[in-house]
Structure formats: C-alpha cells, structure tokens
Design a binder for this molecule. Structure first.
Ligand code: 13P
Length: 252
C-alpha cells in the first residue's frame, strides 16, 4: 500500500494556544496508530515551537504556512526558511490562493520556492485556477501559473518539491472537485512538470489535492483522483472529522 501524505493547513486557527495544544495532541494520538499515512500539520507561526520535536522521525511533521525569500535582514514581519529549518519544520506551504489574493505574485512565489528548497525544506507549492470556463482557457492559466511559480527551482532540488492542486473555486465550498476531473488535471500538471524538469522528476513529484476535503470524501478522492495525498483546510481543525479522515485514508 502506497504511503499517503495528509497535510492539515490550520490557516488562522485556533485562536488560543491551549486549543492548539489540544488539537495537536489529538492529531498526534491518531497519527501514531497509522501505518500507511504521513501526517503533517501547518499551524500558525506562534504555535510552531510547541510542536516541533528533535526526533528524526516524528509521528507528525510540522509545516509552516508561509516563508520569506531572504535568509535574514531588515524585513519587518517576515519569517525566513532558515529560521523554520532550525526549529525542525519540514514543509512550508507557498503561494496559497489566500495569499495570492493578498497580492502574492507568481514571481514572489518562485523566489520563495527557491529559498525554501535551498534551506532544506520541502515547499508545498499551491496552484489552481480561479474558475473553469467552457473553452478550456483555465488550462493555459494553470500552465502559466505553474511554469512561473517554479521558474527558479534548482534542478538538483526538484525532487524535494510538493505540489498542491487547489482549484480556488473548490476551497471552502460544499463540494470538492469530481475525482475523475482531479485525475485528469493531475496528469496535465505532471506533463507541465515534465516540460520543466524532466519526466523522471515529474513522475516522482508528490501531488496533493486540496479543496473541501472532509472525512467522507477523502478516501474516494485519493483512490479515484489518483493523488499522493491531500491538503486539508477546515476539516483539519475539526478534531472528530480529522481523526476519522486520517483513519479512513490510512486503509485505502
Ligand atoms: P478547505 O479544505 O477548507 O476547503 O481548504 C482547503 C485549503 O485551502 C487548504 O489549503
């Protein structure tokens, strides 16, 4: 059975440290009992040091939700990948649509992806169209977004990349995308990756799906959508829902 990767993007939740500690404890308890799933949670920055561990293979990996492209210096409010690496962070979400909506361009995303890779962390690069038109223009939009966002990847580090396909229209909605359409889009994304850094790297790249995942639809999306894992928003801060999701995904 292939090992799945489930990433919980907590976004700006929960609002107190004690709730965050409780949530993390529950995720860890469940994750310790899984055989075929690697769980990563991405809490808000202030909580990160509470959860990172010095063990080589922690039962729950810790990710961040953003990082800046410089190592250090006069950049008020920014956090560098090197600082995150030092704390034991293994993954960083880059270019989430909620950040792109605040003005983060493909060019900034590309610089961040490069800096994160150079620091020894896996970037989880979010890509996805805002909507789907009947003429397939969204495919060009997706291709350009991916090419531009990955424009500065050093080839030797390409195998460290994680892609999260998150169609913006499917985030926080009632329904995720149809699994058959996810499968099709993942094939399309792999073709673009092959153009950028070769077939071998493209086939090895971990591709996640994100957008309205819950414990009911997660197994089907993994099986029929043929993705390597999921990037989960709302359901990742819902203790009973996320517990069920992890258990269900582990056995598919
Ligand atoms: P939802 O799972 O809440 O739709 O959010 C998806 C997402 O944006 C994960 O990064």
């Amino acid at each position: 059975m292939k090992r799945k990767i489930i990433v919980g993007n907590w976004k700006m939740n929960p609002t107190t440290l004690s709730e965050a500690v409780n949530l993390f404890k529950k995720v860890k308890n469940t994750a310790q009992r899984l055989a075929h799933t690697h769980v990563i949670v991405c809490p808000p920055f202030p909580y990160i040091t509470k959860f990172t561990s010095s063990t080589a293979k922690p039962s729950v990996g810790i990710g961040a939700q953003n990082a800046f492209f410089e190592e250090r210096g006069a950049f008020t409010g920014e956090v560098s990948p090197v600082m995150l690496r030092d704390l034991g962070v293994s993954h960083v979400i880059i270019g989430h649509s909620e950040r792109r909506a605040e003005g983060e361009s493909d060019e900034i995303v590309a610089k961040k992806v490069q800096a994160v890779l150079e620091s020894g962390i896996h970037p989880i690069v979010c890509v996805g169209e805002k909507d789907r038109d009947a003429h397939g223009l969204y495919l060009d939009i997706l291709r350009i977004q991916i090419k531009n966002s990955l424009a500065m990847i050093p080839k030797r580090l390409a195998n460290q990349l994680v892609i999260a396909y998150e169609p913006v229209w499917a985030i926080g909605s009632k329904e995720p995308m149809e699994p058959a359409v996810i499968e099709e889009t993942v094939i399309f994304i792999r073709k673009i990756l092959a153009d950028i850094f070769g077939q071998e790297n493209a086939l090895r790249t971990v591709i996640l799906y994100g957008g309205s995942i819950n414990f009911r639809n997660a197994p089907d999306i993994i099986i029929r959508g043929k993705v390597d894992g999921l990037l989960v928003g709302g359901e990742s801060v819902n203790i009973p829902g996320f517990t069920e999701l992890l258990k269900a995904v582990d056995v598919v």
